[in-house]
Design a protein around this ligand. Structure first.
Ligand code: FE2
Ligand code: FE2
Length: 255
């Protein structure tokens, strides 16, 4: 059951993880950290049977909050996988701390990020490159959707066939001094996303290429690493916005 539709931002208890989806064989929670910054970082936990995927877990400063929220759902030592959608420190720098808790964690990322991650200080053997393709879980599949140059050459997003959730990394991220977990007014939120995208995303060609790579997958929500979750009613409009957005080199090298 998609619980996002019933979420009211002003009624959330951030002392706990926030349940986003519950069914037999699939549980998804927001387990990010609260911070006094416009560059707010989200992290997510996806569970399927004995497999547990920590998605974009955050920097070292985020680790205590993220670990404590995970511990309200399961033993942090039982996290089996970490997915990082690119190599930036705001989503990767906590990986060594997670490997101290469970040295057997498998870190999944694109091969271009895989060569960089060991510089955070952990063995390259812990990293498994995934360049597109998919994983079969106890229930459903995870599809890894290439998003080259949004904003890293090897960037990608993760689509969960069971929930229809698109974990989008920095794509659809927003900058805001008044962070909310879920978007309430998309028209206002588009301006906050634009603040981020015009400076970070390569260009409109890259944005359109990513949307084309998504194909006709049914997306029920967009869950970015910064900013707010875009719920089903706004997904189509958010895709249309990205498809038409001039950004990056379109602006810097405009005629
Ligand atoms: Fe980034
Ligand atoms: Fe980021």
């Amino acid at each position: 059951m998609n619980l996002l539709e019933g979420i009211r931002n002003d009624a959330l208890d951030f002392g706990q993880p926030v349940s986003l989806y519950r069914s037999t064989g699939r549980e998804v929670d927001w387990i990010g950290s609260l911070q006094d910054t416009i560059f707010h970082c989200n992290a997510y936990l996806l569970r399927s049977g004995k497999q547990t995927y920590l998605i974009d877990p955050g920097g070292r400063e985020h680790f205590p909050q993220v670990r404590d929220r995970v511990s309200k759902l399961m033993k942090p030592s039982e996290v089996t996988h970490i997915i990082v959608h690119h190599q930036d420190p705001d989503l990767c720098a906590s990986i060594p701390l997670w490997l101290e808790i469970n040295p057997g964690i498998t870190v999944l990322t694109h091969s271009r990020a895989a060569v960089l991650l060991p510089h955070y200080g952990f063995p390259s053997e812990r990293v498994t490159p995934i360049d597109g393709g998919q994983f079969t879980l106890a229930e459903g599949e995870l599809h890894f959707i290439p998003a080259p140059f949004l904003h890293f050459p090897g960037a990608f997003a993760t689509y969960d066939t069971t929930t229809g959730f698109l974990f989008s990394g920095d794509i659809f991220a927003a900058l805001s001094s008044d962070w909310k977990l879920a978007v309430e007014n998309l028209d206002e939120h588009l301006g906050l996303m634009e603040l981020f995208h015009i400076d970070y995303m390569a260009n409109n060609r890259a944005a359109r290429g990513f949307l084309d790579n998504l194909g006709d997958r049914r997306v029920s929500a967009i869950l970015p690493q910064h900013g707010s979750i875009i719920r089903q009613a706004d997904v189509g409009a958010a895709f249309s916005w990205l498809r038409e957005l001039p950004c990056g080199l379109d602006i810097i090298y405009a005629d």
